[in-house]
Design a protein around this ligand. Structure first.
Ligand code: BEZ
Length: 219
């Protein structure tokens, strides 16, 4: 069955898929994924429930580091299976208690349609709350990286930003990123695809080589 919102099936989008389209109510008004944040990256993330402790720390993390996402041409888009009223109450409560303001749209997915469409509702973890998912969606609306965390473990904001920078740098320079790559580190030059390229790589002193298939360079 096709992965569309009309089918209302629990589906698991995969890396490389087009981000399934949907319309939704958010704390910043109605949105449609196909038109949302045109020409930008989107980091779309779910949290299990408003007014819960781990979620409050995570949403505060997205809010306090929003400028770093802005600088990476990236829009934030939150989601939980809660009503708009619950979202508004929580946003205003956190602002009053901590001074942190969730200044990005949060989807009120009370009918669970978006959660099911994006595989955020994983019934063996919870039948009513979305797991902690993060979808990295590129400006062509292609899903490029997916993270899923359970209800009881918060995500790592440094890793979310690192992964976003890695995807963008990989696209910009046609390179791959090694273990623990962070901005400024050497990157992996794509391996040769034929014998001529392999010979050329072995003579190429512009990159640091372990062997023909593993070569790194600075950007
Ligand atoms: C939390 O955010 O603290 C939380 C939410 C749902 C289940 C467990 C923990």
């Amino acid at each position: 069955m096709e992965n569309t919102i009309e089918n209302n099936v629990t589906s698991m989008p995969r890396i490389g898929d087009k981000a399934p389209d949907f319309k939704a109510k958010t704390t910043k008004g109605d949105i449609q994924m196909a038109d949302f944040a045109k020409d930008k990256w989107i980091v779309m993330f779910s949290h299990p429930a408003d007014f819960t402790p781990v979620c409050t720390t995570e949403m505060s993390g997205f809010a306090t580091r929003k400028k770093e996402f802005d600088a990476l041409n990236t829009e934030l888009l939150g989601l939980s299976i809660d009503s708009i009223h619950a979202h508004l109450g929580w946003v205003s409560n956190v602002k009053e208690k901590t001074g942190v303001y969730f200044d990005f749209p949060i989807i009120a997915d009370i009918d669970m349609k978006v959660s099911k469409l994006y595989g955020m509702l994983q019934p063996n973890e919870s039948e009513t709350a979305a797991v902690r998912a993060v979808f990295f969606i590129d400006p062509k609306k292609k899903i490029r990286l997916i993270m899923y965390y359970p209800l009881n473990v918060g995500r790592n904001m440094d890793e979310i930003l690192r992964a976003l920078k890695a995807l963008q740098t990989s696209d910009e320079h046609g390179v791959a990123m090694p273990l623990d790559w962070k901005k400024g580190d050497k990157v992996i030059v794509p391996p040769p695809k034929n014998l001529d390229e392999m010979e050329a790589r072995m003579k190429d002193d512009s990159c640091e080589k372990v062997d023909f298939y593993l070569a790194k360079k600075s950007l």
